[in-house]
Design a protein around this ligand. Sequence first.
Ligand code: CMC
Length: 383
Amino acid sequence: MLDEVQKGLEGVLVAESGLSSIDGDAGRLIYRGYDIGDLAEEATYEEVLYLLWHGELPTREELARFTDEMTEERTIDDDVRRTLRGLADAEEAPMAALRTAVSALSADEPEGDADPADLEATRRKGRRITAKVPTILAAFERYRLGEEAVSPDPELGHAANFLYMLTGEAPDDVAAETMDQALILHADHGLNASTFTAMVVASTMADVYSAVTAGIGALSGPLHGGANQDVMEVLLEVDESKMDPLDWVRTATDEGRRIPGFGHRVYNVKDPRAQILQERSEELADASGDTKWYDYTTTIEEYLTEEEGLVEKGIAPNVDFYSGSVYYQLGIPVDMYTPIFAMSRVGGWVGHVLEYQEDNRLIRPRARYVGAEDEAWVPIDER
Ligand code: CMC
């Protein structure tokens, strides 16, 4: 038995997976062998979900059937809507509202009694959850604005329909494609903290609702999914400071601030997803004629990499560094960025639950005990 503690499980292999692989030195990410750049360029999010959950790309017929099933499953019931209204009135954070609503979805699950070992039932449940997450998020946003929720539009794809339900207007092609790409890019990423969390829950043979609910909780933290919102808050801070962005980042690093959107446990070079989102951010900026947010990000990146030498230390932009400015330019509220990450990553969580439960073993590590030994009991009045 190992007696050396691997803090943060860094470098520890806990499972085999065929879903995604990261080459942290080359800056490459693949889903089931397909390069993330090709998937972002060529596929839709629905196609990527199929690939992750079924192991291969769908044929045209398979994709049409799968998309129809997902489209039919977008609606949420009145109890979940009431819960969301209450949470919106209570000014709950969107990630917490999502966590609560996903947990509540199981009450309306038609296969609620299915054995968690029935992987086909788990796949269908996972599909239902994934189909409903955009509806939950958009309804919550509308409720907290004091408006009625917008019903899903079956004519629109998963990404475009989310933007439609969020804003009440069908998005243009650029917005719809950008959102679809963002969903593809965030769908899976090896055993990140939230995926591992979902797997730990699934390894007890708990059901997929519990696994996804737990995954949402893990994703919400600032060291994981919460960083995309933090990046945008930094960009807004730069703007409000009225400082030159270069002076701002110089001062921030002199003060010892850690800039969100930089650094990664696995990548030692720029995250390939950041590269793709940077291009989207630049395109949106050029199209609107307002390049401010894009310029702030590139100035900060250049300073941190060249003058602070972070790249030599293996600390480079991660996916969150450019997603913030992309979502901002799409007009999405800042506290919806991490929920959008969840809206995509739910695909990865479900994929890993299916894969792990197929050959399940309870995940149960150990801690090296460093506490006291042989203490004599002290009665309460003598303490
Ligand atoms: N800016 C400056 N220095 C950094 C940064 C940063 N953003 N991130 C890490 N470092 C330094 C850190 O100070 C440490 O240096 P030293 O060894 O000299 O003390 C070294 O890099 C290792 O840092 P660590 O925190 O021990 O590394 P980790 O592997 O535990 O953390 C991380 C990875 C993502 C938590 C960390 O890089 C971080 O806090 N980044 C900012 C938050 C962020 O962007 N999170 C999103 C991650 S990607 C999307 C996702 O998976 O959700």
